[in-house]
Design a protein around this ligand. Structure first.
Ligand code: FAD
Length: 345
């Protein structure tokens, strides 16, 4: 079958416990941009048990159509039934583009589905756009350049370079996308979904794993992706105990503490609080980078913050290249002084 049979931008609308994940709305926002460039529409694929009521929310965030796969088998996420469900939707409806969040679920599901439907997948994308591929065609072979391709950009080689990847010869073009990177649209309140119910059927092969019991993780930390103000500490903070100083500052300004990977590796803070390429992508109004050098892998996760304030004793630290405000000084003096000054406000 020709590639032109594949139409539309599709989004896997992840839900957990029948609550849509933020990534579903972020992907819809991006899908709308892509669909506009391709003069096509946006479809959300909603998979679960008793999830149909969530479809209107997807319409509010930009889905023109919602394909619902609803089956008791799909109550909790399991690789095989979900792979079967999403791969069946792709085989039936033939999307041109299929986007999945690079969440724990999406990182498991996306590659399986891409293998099942025999196409490529670019993992962990941070930029998606429609364009020509190859970007720089060989001179004399310009007419071999393909148009209207999904150009998928992601950090490569430990974040030291940025790779733009396309999938010109297979469909759908599949990508997993980092949470926190794409912008959701302002919801259109009261939008009603155009729902299509689809039943892919289940066979015993789809039931490799039986769930006997679900033990929910107790969340001990706040979600740094939701925070408006982040007070982030790096190796320069010196110890787990010294983070109390950052917590005091955060308490005064209504902020949340986050950290660099060096801090996680030292065991001072849990990985949930890590900002960066292998941590979370954050977009707060204000980001304090305290005792953080500004390695490319850290900056990748926080450069979209509205205001970046860096405190570092090394005036040549790369963090100052991305900071809006910088204080060169010893954080042990600067942070308590700042906290006291703000308290007095
Ligand atoms: P350092 O680089 O050691 O910087 C400490 C800073 O504190 C220095 O600039 C120093 O001048 C300053 N300082 C020290 N004492 C004081 C003081 N008393 N007062 C003021 N300033 C002081 N890193 C991440 O953060 N997130 C990621 O997701 C991530 N992913 C990675 C993925 C890969 C594949 C790789 C290879 C690396 C990744 N890293 C990541 C690691 C990254 O390269 C850096 O090693 C890390 O960000 C450094 O953390 P840091 O800035 O806290 O420590």
């Amino acid at each position: 079958m020709g590639l032109e049979a594949y139409k539309g931008v599709y989004v896997f609308a992840q839900q957990v416990d029948n609550v849509l994940s933020g990534i579903a709305f972020e992907l819809l926002g991006k899908a709308k941009d892509l669909a506009k460039d391709l003069s096509t529409d946006v479809t959300a694929v909603l998979i679960g048990s008793g999830v149909k009521d969530l479809a209107d929310q997807l319409a509010e965030y930009g889905a023109d159509k919602v394909i619902v796969v609803d089956d008791p088998e799909l109550k909790e996420y399991r690789t095989e039934p979900y792979t079967h469900a999403l791969a069946s939707v792709i085989n039936e409806y033939k999307p041109e583009i299929m986007l999945v969040g690079a969440t724990a679920i999406g990182r498991d599901l996306g590659p399986r589905v891409s293998a099942r439907v025999k196409t490529g997948l670019t993992a962990d994308c941070t930029v998606l756009e429609i364009g020509d591929f190859p970007l720089n065609p060989v001179p004399g072979k310009e007419n071999e350049q393909k148009h209207n391709q999904l150009l998928m950009t992601r950090p490569a080689f430990g974040g030291n370079t940025i790779a733009t990847i396309a999938c010109p010869d297979n469909r759908p073009q599949m990508a997993t996308v980092r949470p926190g990177v794409m912008q959701k649209i302002d919801p259109i309140k009261g939008a009603k979904a155009n729902v299509v119910e689809y039943n892919p059927g289940f066979t015993p092969n789809d039931k490799y794993v039986e769930i006997l019991n679900v033990v929910k993780a107790v969340k001990e930390t706040e979600d740094i992706m939701e925070a408006k103000i982040l007070v982030s500490g790096g190796r320069g903070v010196g110890s787990a105990e010294n983070f109390k100083m950052l917590q005091d500052l955060a308490d005064v300004i209504g902020g949340t503490v986050s950290c660099s990977r060096a801090v996680v590796e030292n065991g001072w803070k849990p990985v949930d609080l890590q900002v960066g390429q292998t941590g979370k992508t954050v977009r707060p109004n204000v980001y304090f980078a305290i005792g953080i050098s500004g390695a490319i892998q850290h900056v990748a996760g926080m450069e979209e913050a509205d205001i970046i304030i860096a405190i570092n004793k090394d005036e040549d630290a790369p963090i100052f290249d991305v900071a809006d405000y910088g204080v060169v000084g010893d954080l042990h003096k600067v942070v308590p002084a700042l906290t006291e000054a703000l308290k007095a406000e």
